[in-house]
Design a protein around this ligand. Sequence first.
Ligand code: SAM
Length: 277
Amino acid sequence: MRCTRTGGRGGVRRPFGQHFLFDPNILAKIIDSSGITSRDTVVEIGPGLGSLTRLLSERAGRVIAIEIDKRLIERLKENLPASENVEIITADAVTFPYDTIEGRFRVVANIPYNITSPLIFRLLQYREKIPSMTLLLQKEVARRIVASPGTKEYGALSVSVQLYTEPVLKFTVSRKAFSPPPEVDSALVHFRVHSSPVFDIKDEAMLLKLVKTAFSGRRKMIANSLRVFEGIKEALMESGINPALRPENLSVADYVRLTNALTAAGKRCNPPLRIPG
Ligand code: SAM
């Protein structure tokens, strides 16, 4: 995985995944893909030296920039025009309480790749407040997020994100565009976050466990990879899912139906699950 607590050229330690982007064309494409307008409040994760922040402040009504590295704050302030619509918060975006932000907000960010999954799932906890997220991610992770059933990239990450969002890969960015360059390329993903649940999920925790378990045995037939779930054969039958399929052949809707069938039958995982990864 690219990112890179120790990434960058010459093995220089970059504890916060700091690979800055200055190319004005790429920055403009990120802003255009985000679709933000002057009516929007935007939360930027990791403003760094402020190149994206500056453009966001010109386009959005208000920008809240959350940066963990205290050493960058002075330079960040110097790099920003004396605009009144930018608020800088020094905090960890993975634990930040987003409900303290008034109203709804969009997220736009070139994120540090080492926190991709925890950050996305943290933000999704507040999904009622977030109509969209536009995130520059490690290309390989972006492909897994947007993957469709039946492809080799389709896995637990695709299903868990597509339960709540519609992710679209907008364009890729060469590692050479960053300073210092990281070890892999990036891709911009725009996530339209579902404002109301698209799926009727009876037990969300059970669903996420089931998906992780299924893909931890992705070469097996689904009936085998999920055999730790009591009553799985009956639930597969009831959901109309062929037990000989592989985990990658089930759609997001299939996983929801299957979990709901287990939940309705009062089934649980037996013995208690150790969740991989
Ligand atoms: N937005 C800038 C740009 O595009 O040039 C910087 C992007 S750089 C890939 C990631 C930024 O996120 C750095 O400024 C880093 O200090 C910050 N960062 C890393 N971990 C963070 C965290 N947990 N919370 C908030 N900011 C973080």
